[in-house]
Design a protein around this ligand. Structure first.
Ligand code: SF4
Length: 350
């Protein structure tokens, strides 16, 4: 690497960690072609992660409780247009049992995730209430856009966190991918959630068709402004029953670059090593934990439903025996030189 390039990289890192990320410095770093070039950014991300989290990894257990969805996001395998996927909803008892099982296995935070299925909200509110009362777990909801009055009911029932990815903040790309959605409304929902008192999580997909590096740089600036408690990044992975089926899957390296840059911008935010990273390459989650992620999200959806919650092809952990995830996640953390902690993992980034 030439000295000039090295100097430029160092300068960009200094600007970003001093709270001055810009489209220019972020795009420049995102454009670096090799891991060797990008290493100074990874090193800084590792340093910051260690400073704020040591070698600890928080666990959030996911229950995918409904694959009904009213929306038609172009990349998503469970969007409403997919008639091949059998639709399901877990019963309250199945959800309670899964949450109790994950608690027994050391996960004190449950993520209740579904398609946009507001028809199930009343039941969901009751389930949140029961999980809080009977199991005293931290509860994250990942169920999509709602009006503030509904968010308030979720909060009142005992939900602590709300995860809603924005996927891209590029207005034209967002519109193309989300025929039912409005970018400004999605942003408003995220701000509303924060104002109401949720720990807010968001995120993007890396490697979307037609996504430019400048768009990703702008996504990162949006994260800085929103200041979320958690940011989840996934590589784009095509699903055979969507209109994007012929587009090329993304790669792990661009995804890791984005993760590391988020660590520089939001040093105290929780950053998960996502399932999609583990799908794109077998040790994707280990790689993410090594370069700055501090959360892992094992799947506790009962086995018989998992095949029907495929947002993209070849999703991992579909045929795994129920209950094996705890040992598996411990192994992933260990392979990255880290350890799982039994903690609700509340955000340091309030
Ligand atoms: S991404 Fe979410 S809202 Fe969009 S179709 Fe898939 S499940 Fe529904």
């Amino acid at each position: 690497m030439k000295n000039k390039t090295k100097e430029c990289i160092k300068e960009c890192i200094t600007e970003i960690t001093a709270g001055k990320p810009s489209v220019e410095n972020l795009t420049y770093l995102l454009s670096l072609p090799t891991r060797e070039d990008f290493k100074p950014v990874f090193d800084e991300s590792v340093r910051l992660c260690k400073k704020h989290f040591g070698n600890r990894v928080f666990v959030r257990g996911i229950i995918e409780f409904s694959n009904y969805c009213r929306k038609g996001c172009l990349y998503c395998g469970i969007n409403r247009a997919n008639k091949k996927t059998p639709r399901y909803r877990l019963t309250p008892e199945e959800m309670l049992d899964s949450a109790a099982f994950m608690k027994k296995n050391g996960a004190l935070t449950v993520v209740l995730q579904s398609g946009e299925d507001p028809g199930y909200d009343k039941t969901l509110i009751e389930i949140v209430r029961r999980i809080k009362k009977e199991l005293n777990m931290a509860i994250t909801l990942s169920v999509g856009e709602r009006e503030p009055s509904v968010y308030r009911e979720f909060l009142k029932a005992g939900a602590d966190r709300y995860l809603m990815r924005i996927e891209t903040t590029d207005p034209a790309l967002f519109k193309k991918l989300h025929p039912d959605d409005d970018l400004q409304y999605r942003k408003k929902c995220l701000y509303n959630l924060g104002k109401l008192g949720f720990e807010v999580g968001t995120g993007i997909m890396v490697g979307l068709p037609e996504q430019r590096l400048e768009s990703i740089a702008n996504d990162l600036l949006f994260f800085k402004e929103l200041n979320p408690a958690m940011v989840g990044i996934g590589p784009f992975l095509a699903h055979e029953d969507t209109v994007l089926k012929d587009f090329k899957n993304s790669d792990i390296f661009p995804t890791l670059k984005v993760l590391a840059l988020i660590r520089l911008i939001l040093p105290k935010s929780n950053l998960p090593a996502t399932t999609a990273m583990g799908t794109i390459t077998p040790d994707g989650r280990q790689q993410a934990l090594k370069i700055g992620a501090n959360v892992i999200m094992p799947n506790f959806t009962p086995s018989k439903y998992r095949e029907s919650y495929k947002l993209y092809d070849n999703k991992i952990c579909i045929s795994e025996e129920y209950g094996k995830c705890a040992a598996c996640t411990a192994g992933i953390a260990m392979a990255a030189g880290k350890r799982i902690v039994r903690s609700k993992g509340y955000s340091k980034n309030k």
